[in-house]
Design a protein around this ligand. Structure first.
Ligand SMILES: Nc1ncnc2c1ncn2[C@@H]1O[C@H](COP(=O)(O)OP(=O)(O)OP(=O)(O)O)[C@@H](O)[C@H]1O
Length: 507
């Protein structure tokens, strides 16, 4: 049998219209399915069961049943309850139902691929959740989801052929019409197949372009990206005059931080048991103690990355004051209040938690732009100055992946300092570093301490604590066992547990 396409030719305009209909059907239902899928993914990840359970059920049912059944139920089922839809809207809704379920899972995978530490770092500079979603999570999640999302889209385009059963004049129905008129079924189906292949190839090629475009951390930053921050052609150069790390001397004597009866439990583990502590402006307090003694939990409770179960935290930031109480009878602290408080409390994490899709300088400017609402050039100037101060004036345009651990931690310190916090919390800032990189970070910490910043440093670096701390707090089993000046602590420890600890770590 020979193929003869000439009899198909007169139907070219009809095929063109059907192709447009297929594109319209696929694109509209995919857009609706993506938007609904995004909301479903957020609901599915929500800690609230009222959101996560219905989202899970929807995805389970919509993904587990054939799209043809959705189409029949919408087109033939809805009229039984008085809702009659035209074939095209019925098909769009039916395909959007399936698309939402598949896209929800793809998008959820992307959203969950972002390390929680990055989100914590964004919360610590005072960003609200929508800002974190938009600026930190989505740009990275899109990179992750592009291949599976586009794959879904391609299979979605092909499944729109099911709309032929409810008489939508898309490609397959038109092809059927053509071959029933010409008796050239093979030729008509080959032409339809070629059109589908063209459409899906277009998407596959689009995927390649998109992946290339989204790999923005794999190529030098664009000029636009830098000029927005007022960093022209020589962005990598060190600013002539590096500013002070901390603006103005601390107001001596003022109690910046007061903690009373602070409690935190994780299930059966008591991480903090009625902890009391007060820190004065400009004071450097080192928190020491064995692993699991509650040092990190204490710091994380102070900026509310962990919600305490009881007790009080008061922060006197000069321009603002926070008096927070926790426990079953206390007023719930609002999200807005938490965000405001974090704007006054800087935090540096053990694992740096830099945002990998942003340049070193952008890691520092992000909080200034989104939280302090500063203009780009001003934020860029402050960030460049601070990075120069921590010895990274030549690394402004490096991505975190291009920096050593010590350099990453110095960017993280500059990021926290840029927000001009009233108190800085350092959660074991050198524990994740190779031994030869510890010194450069401790040097920066010493500079920050010398410039008058109020600091609470959880650390295992005894030498640093001895040199720099005004006071040492020793914790064990979630309690503060001993508080003393650095000299008294190391020379004349009082508590039997402290003596044992020092014997073990200093031998
Ligand atoms: N998210 C969590 N879920 C469950 N338990 C936790 C959690 N975070 C901390 N804990 C527990 O609380 C206790 C105190 O932990 P924390 O991390 O504050 O100690 P740490 O002194 O900072 O230890 P390290 O020096 O090893 O970092 C430990 O028993 C720990 O297992």
């Amino acid at each position: 049998m020979t193929l003869d396409f000439t009899s198909i030719l007169p139907y070219a305009p009809l095929l063109a219209t059907a192709t447009l209909m297929t594109i319209f059907l696929a694109v509209t239902s995919q857009i609706i399915g993506t938007l609904c899928g995004f909301l479903l993914a957020l609901a599915r990840m929500s800690p609230l069961k009222i959101l996560s359970v219905p989202a899970f059920l929807y995805i389970w049912i919509a993904r587990g049943t054939p799209p043809l059944i959705h189409l029949f139920l919408i087109y033939f089922g809805l009229p039984t309850i008085g809702i009659t839809l035209e074939p095209l809207p019925a098909a769009i809704i039916a395909f959007a139902i399936t698309s939402a379920a598949y896209n929800a899972e793809v998008l959820r995978a992307g959203l969950q691929s972002i390390q929680p530490g990055q989100v914590e770092a964004a919360r610590a500079v005072g960003m609200s959740y929508p800002t974190i979603l938009w600026r930190i999570i989505l740009p990275q999640a899109i990179q992750v989801v592009t291949p599976p999302y586009m794959s879904n889209f391609i299979s979605h385009v092909k499944s729109t052929s099911l709309a032929s059963v409810v008489t939508v004049r898309e490609l397959l129905l038109t092809t059927t019409f053509i071959y029933s008129n010409t008796f050239r079924a093979l030729e008509a189906l080959i032409v339809a197949g070629a059109i589908y292949l063209f459409l899906t190839s277009f998407l596959a090629f689009g995927q390649l372009l998109l992946e290339h475009y989204l790999a923005f951390d794999k190529r030098p930053p664009s000029r636009r990206r830098l000029t927005r921050l007022g960093l022209g052609g020589d962005a990598a150069s060190v600013p002539a005059a590096a500013p002070a790390l901390v603006e103005g001397p601390a107001e001596e004597g003022r109690r910046v931080l007061e903690i009373a009866g602070l409690e935190k439990r994780f299930g059966a583990t008591t991480a903090l048991a009625r902890v009391n502590l007060s820190v004065r402006a400009g004071e450097v307090v080192c928190v020491l103690g064995p692993s699991g003694s509650g040092k990190s939990t204490l710091l994380r409770c102070i900026n509310l990355l962990e919600r305490p179960d009881g007790g009080q935290i008061a922060i006197d930031a000069g321009s603002a004051r926070f008096d927070l109480a926790f426990g079953p009878t206390a007023r719930a602290v609002s999200g807005r209040e938490m965000t405001r408080l974090r704007g006054h409390v800087g935090m540096v994490f053990q694992h740096f938690n830099l945002w990998p899709h942003k340049l070193a300088v952008e890691n520092v400017t992000e909080g200034l732009l989104r939280v302090r609402r500063m203009a780009g050039p001003e934020a860029g100037r402050i960030a460049a100055g601070l990075l120069a101060r921590v010895g990274l004036g030549g690394k402004l345009t490096a991505f975190p992946s291009q920096l050593s651990g010590g350099q990453r931690q110095r960017v993280a310190i500059a990021r926290a300092l840029a927000m001009r916090p009233d108190v800085m919390l350092f959660d074991e800032p050198t524990s994740a570093l190779d031994p030869e990189l510890v010194g450069e970070v401790l040097q920066v910490l010493e500079d920050v301490a010398a410039s008058g910043m109020t600091m609470l440093v959880a650390t295992h670096e005894m030498g640093f604590a001895r040199r720099v701390a005004d006071r040492v707090v020793f914790m064990d089993g979630g309690q503060i066992v001993e508080v003393a000046s650095a000299e008294d602590f190391f020379e004349r420890p009082q508590h039997e547990r402290t003596i044992r600890f020092l014997e073990a770590v200093l031998k």
